[in-house]
Write a protein that binds this ligand. Structure first.
Ligand SMILES: CC(C)=CCC/C(C)=C/CC/C(C)=C/COP(=O)(O)O
Length: 309
């Protein structure tokens, strides 16, 4: 007697959606071709692989997927219709079911891109959890946590905004004001774009994160992208392009940006992809700022207003 085929979790197939699938070939209620069992004698490896694909598809569809309905799709898939794996109860006299629309057939074969993305996300979560060694005082590197939090403040929006405003108020050269005005514009643009993207993507922060950050906005409960990483990349590129610095200081600026990004993962605030994307986004934001560079020529009103103060 053939043993019942099981899904990837080891549960007998057909047990969850329909109790009438016992005996292998039985379909769901009212449908001879409904059967997830697929017939005792037809349990080949090829059939199993179709089923495996199908099971992963169910997972990808979320909790709203109806397994009964999905199994119906499998039994109607081109593979089954070709007749290599006849369904028990589906005799030759029965008319083949009408073909599915193209997009439904595509559903049964998750794309390479989908699989690659899922794998990347799985690696991301695993690696981020491993690297979250300062996520709490009791973590393996818990003693370094205060230092990491100091680094966190060095990349926070508030000190950068206040610092830029203060320097603007003290600046007595036009060239200095122009640069600082653009830095202010860059910082505000960054806050806006990060908040928009965080609100759009709504990726939760890692489970091991303690939400004990200094002064956050409501969107900062989300983690993609890392605002500290965008700021680090944006500000460091800005500084390297507009300040004349000795080589050791330039290296220090780059190191600061890199360690700040890394510290987000070590603190458990972010996953690796949040920080990697944040760096990329901050780097590109600088290009926007550079392209829209504010000067007394293209924003005379802004500079005139400043002059009156
Ligand atoms: C003018 C204005 C709206 C200032 C708000 C500045 C502020 C509170 C920025 C938030 C900075 C922050 C905590 C970002 C979160 O960084 P992640 O790296 O954790 O994403």
């Amino acid at each position: 007697m053939p043993s019942p085929r099981r899904n990837v979790e080891g549960r007998p197939l057909g047990a969850s959606a329909s109790s009438s699938s016992s005996g292998g070939g039985g379909g769901g209620p009212g449908s001879p071709t409904h059967g997830g069992g697929g017939g005792g004698s037809s349990s080949s490896s090829s059939s199993s692989s179709s089923r495996f694909e199908f099971q992963s598809l169910l997972g990808s569809r979320g909790s709203g997927a109806d397994p009964t309905c999905a199994r119906l799709r499998l039994s109607e898939s081109p593979v089954h219709r070709r007749g290599s794996f006849p369904l028990a109860g589906a005799g030759p006299s029965q008319a083949p079911p009408p073909p599915l629309p193209e997009e439904d057939r595509m559903d049964l074969n998750p794309s390479f891109l989908g699989i690659a993305l899922r794998s990347l996300l799985a690696i991301d979560l695993w690696l981020s959890k491993k690297l979250g060694v300062c996520a709490g005082e009791s973590s393996s590197w818990g003693s370094v946590r205060p230092l990491m939090k100091l680094l966190e403040i060095s990349g926070h929006g508030i000190p950068w905004l206040l610092g830029t405003l203060y320097c603007l108020s003290r600046s007595d050269s036009w060239a200095g004001r122009e640069v600082l005005m653009n830095l202010l514009f860059a910082l505000l643009l960054d806050l806006l774009l990060v908040a928009l993207l965080k609100g759009l993507v709504r990726r939760r922060r890692p489970a091991h994160n303690q939400m004990d950050m200094f002064f956050t906005l409501s969107v900062d409960k989300y983690s993609f992208p890392s605002g500290h990483a965008t700021r680090a990349a944006l500000v460091s590129r800005f500084i390297l392009n507009h300040l004349v610095l000795a080589i050791p200081l330039r290296v220090l600026v780059v190191l600061w940006a890199f360690i700040l990004g890394l510290s987000r993962v070590l603190l458990g605030r972010h996953n690796v992809t949040d920080v990697a994307f944040g760096f990329l986004m901050g780097y590109m934001q600088y290009s926007i700022v550079d392209y829209c560079w504010l000067s007394p020529h293209n924003a005379p009103l802004l500079f005139a207003l400043w002059n009156q103060q």
